[in-house]
Design a protein around this ligand. Sequence first.
Ligand code: ADP
Ligand code: ASP
Ligand code: MG
Length: 466
Amino acid sequence: MKTLVMKFGGTSVGSVSAIENVIQIVRKAREDGIEQIAVIVSAMSGVTNNLKAGILGAAAGETETAHQIGQTLREQHEAVLKALGGSDYAPTLAEINGMIDDYARFCDSVGVLGEATPRALDYTMGLGERISARQIAAVLRAADIPAQAVDATHMIVTDDRFQDAAPLMEPTCRRIQEVLPPIFEAGDVAVITGFVGATEAGISTTLGRGASDYSAAIVGACLNCDELWIWTDVDGVMSADPRVVPDAGTIDRLSYREIGELAYYGAKVLHPKTISPVVEAKVPIWVKNTFNPDHPGTLIVPNGEAQAGRIFKAVTAVHDTGLVTVEGRGMLGIPGIAARTFSAVARTGTSILLISQASSEQSICFMVPKASVQAVVDALSGEFEQEITRRDIDRIAALAPLTIITVVGAGMLHVRGIAAKVFAAVADADVNVIAIAQGSSECSISFAVSADDGDTAVRAIHALTK
Ligand code: ADP
Ligand code: ASP
Ligand code: MG
């Protein structure tokens, strides 16, 4: 028995014509004899941002915003159901409209409170996926493909870190294995909400922005599926962000490690956590284009190999970052400075994007998101107050905004001269390198440049692949 998990992103379910492609893709999988199909859907593109703007607006005292957003949502979904929902779309539309009414009412209460907590944000921001799953199931049924919508809140059990909740895999897999098999046995396609989960107590959570890919990987791993297909709006994972480098090409094959580095360092095409649930089950992942389904896309497999004729596979960028440096000649003799530095950063809830190799016993430097720089500097100034007074630490400095550029490719670091070529290309483009780090996984090099130079550096490096 073959099991396939497919995820369709926001653009792929974002318009009538896109959804027509989704229907054809699901139909083809069934015609190809795949017995068990789980489809994970995102909200229509733009909807999650709108839902967030509505509730934040309400918290700020704008009473109308959420209602206007609700009205736009109603019209958007009615248009899709009218076009593709067949003659019997009214019950689905009524259900969706009821959910939108709840959203507007909830935002009104947030308006009275004057505050949108992370928990309230999670409750409202997952609505787009809940609507989308019902809508896609309805249009599949109208196209004679039996389908049932399933809320992942009944399956994906998470901790209560609202906005960035982590799944608890053991209860999650147990529930997935309870809920989905009866749906498959009935011959139906399961259409599941991406992005959302719920705590053990049933309180709604979200897994982080862009996390529907992660939801799909969680479902795929728990079903021990044969393949996971991520359907998006480009021809697979490309050698650079196609919006920055128009002649970027599709990468045929990548390892879990390589895509892990790429996703962590800015390739938005896959959520960085997508790989972790499937590592053990070694599920092959295809990244494909809903708008060009005949293109083979990218295959992601457990182990990597260098790509013949190419010095690396891809170059990525993370924007809006900052470099924080703790420096002082007196640091040399004080034990535990690095540990105290990183503990102080951790207490601010900030994750460190990279630690520069410029770190020595006289300075420690690392990069964090720009939005966290001030909090990190404040935390470090507090932590090291005495050392600063004694002049053991001369300063805690910050430099922002910067962009982290990462070059990725298995085997790359064993080929002599690659780093030299990369940095020569950057220098030739007149870009100054501010800090360097070699990736821990031996398939990447990262470095920081001024934010204004980010795109120039990406293009200069990508040109090396020609
Ligand atoms: P989805 O809604 O399908 O999840 P996303 O917008 O999250 O889609 O991710 C796809 C987008 O990622 C592409 O449209 C592209 O602009 C961007 N992107 C950035 N870097 C890359 C890359 N290296 N390869 C492919 N796409 C990339
Ligand atoms: N709709 C969610 C977001 O915009 C999740 C996703 O698209 O993956 O973040
Ligand atoms: Mg995405």
